[in-house]
Design a protein around this ligand. Structure first.
Ligand SMILES: Cc1cc2nc3c(=O)[nH]c(=O)nc-3n(C[C@H](O)[C@H](O)[C@H](O)COP(=O)(O)O)c2cc1C
Length: 392
């Protein structure tokens, strides 16, 4: 799907989705870390029928794969956010809307797709964050996801090199490239004036994306602290997740402060290049949290096998971001549906081959040696797996 997306999208748009910060080491590390985890199947456990469903925050999902927040999905396909949300609902799973969606959070809610989660930031003007929380509550969002790793914008050099602009600019004479992307151009041309950060537009104010992006960047508060988390906890009554945790001590603090869920994430390497791979950080967070709240993970989950690996290390579910953008770019709602179906088919096959009939049967005994093995146990990292253990 990535290869197809690369073919259909203009380079600057493909790179905006595909790229990461600086040398993109963390991006590569995310995928590599998952791929290095060796499964230890137990086929004689008899998994003739597999149940992929999980329960999360009181809602049953048909599989442990959730669509994570991606800003400007509407640049990949007309009305991209709503297309992806529909695909998620059809697949029986949750969709998380980005703060930076093209459509407003109310427009997304109007589709009636659920479960729907809303991703937010903390701004210098806390009133603006409060507004996001109140709008999300009024629009019936099932959970709020506070992203903590984006208070300063990462240095995404592909975007700089490409002079990434909205609408994308093309070099004169680059006709061959234009022709190759004609279907995308034709689909998106009527949309271009509508491409904006929908949630930020105020009546009578500019909808210009560049202006809004600059305002947004200046609004983010790099001084974000636990006091802000407490404050948000106090004004949002539903499930509150922190996205962007890698350090076990922050995970412990999140539990202490009444947070309902953690997303182990490094923003897909788009923020701090050099940050640990999420597959490497996950065991430490899982051990610290000790099952008190669900730990989710994203970053480099590219196959059903990666989902099973993450669950074996103690994750409750995975988020996927870039893969759903590739699906969106290729075929809109049907493309995202296809991507979700690929994950479902692969998870089902891996569970069958591993002898795990239910998600609860996927435990640490299904992996040869958790990557935590080399980590300092003082940080709370998992010890080596114990055959015969497992969460089931
Ligand atoms: C184009 C793009 C836009 C993103 N926008 C957001 C965002 O608005 N908020 C957020 O919390 N994460 C955002 N992310 C990060 C993803 O939610 C996710 O953490 C990350 O991409 C790792 O998952 P992946 O490897 O499946 O892409 C974005 C990622 C991409 C690729």
């Amino acid at each position: 799907m990535r290869g197809l997306a690369r073919r259909v999208l203009p380079r600057a748009v493909f790179d905006f989705g595909d790229g990461a910060a600086e040398d993109e080491r963390t991006l590569r590390r995310n995928e590599a870390a998952f791929s290095e985890i060796a499964l230890l199947p137990r086929p004689l456990d008899g998994a003739g029928e597999r149940d992929l469903s999980v329960e999360l925050f009181g809602k049953r999902l048909s599989m442990p794969v959730i669509i994570g927040p991606t800003g400007l999905s509407g640049l990949f396909w007309p009305d991209g956010e709503r297309a992806a949300a529909r695909a998620a609902a059809r697949a029986g799973t949750a969709f998380c809307l980005s703060h930076g969606s093209v459509c407003t959070l109310e427009d997304l809610a109007a589709t009636g797709t659920a479960p729907r989660w809303m991703q937010v930031f903390v701004y210098r003007d806390r009133g603006f964050t409060r507004e996001f929380a109140e709008r999300s509550a009024a629009a019936g969002y099932d959970a709020l996801v506070l992203t903590i790793d984006n208070q300063m914008i990462g240095n995404r050099e592909r975007d700089l090199r490409n002079g990434f602009t909205i609408p994308p600019r093309f070099r004169a004479g680059d006709l061959a490239a234009m022709v190759r992307h004609l279907p995308w151009l034709m689909r998106m041309a009527p949309e271009m004036r509508r491409i904006t950060f929908g949630n930020y537009v105020r009546p009578g104010q500019s909808t210009d994306l560049g202006t809004l992006a600059a305002q947004m960047g200046a609004m983010l508060d790099p001084g974000l602290s636990w006091a802000d988390v407490d404050w948000l906890r106090g004004i949002w009554n539903g499930p509150l997740l922190l996205k962007g945790i890698l350090h076990p001590s922050e995970a412990a603090e999140a539990v202490r402060r009444g947070i309902d869920g953690i997303v182990v994430s490094n923003h897909g390497g788009r923020q701090l290049d050099g940050a640990a791979a999420t597959a490497d950080a996950l065991p430490g967070v899982v051990a610290t949290v000790g099952g008190r709240i669900p730990v989710l993970v994203d970053g480099g989950i590219r196959r059903g096998t990666d989902v099973v690996r993450a669950l074996a290390m103690g994750a409750a579910a995975c988020l996927i971001a870039r893969p759903q953008l590739w699906g969106l770019a290729v075929a809109g709602e049907a493309g995202v549906g296809h991507v979700l179906n690929l994950y479902r088919t692969e998870i089902d096959r891996v569970m069958g081959l591993c002898g795990a009939a239910t998600i609860a049967r996927i435990g640490p005994d299904l992996i040869l040696a958790p990557r935590a093995a080399g980590l300092d146990t003082r940080t709370g990292a998992l010890p080596n797996s114990v055959p015969g253990g497992g969460r089931g």
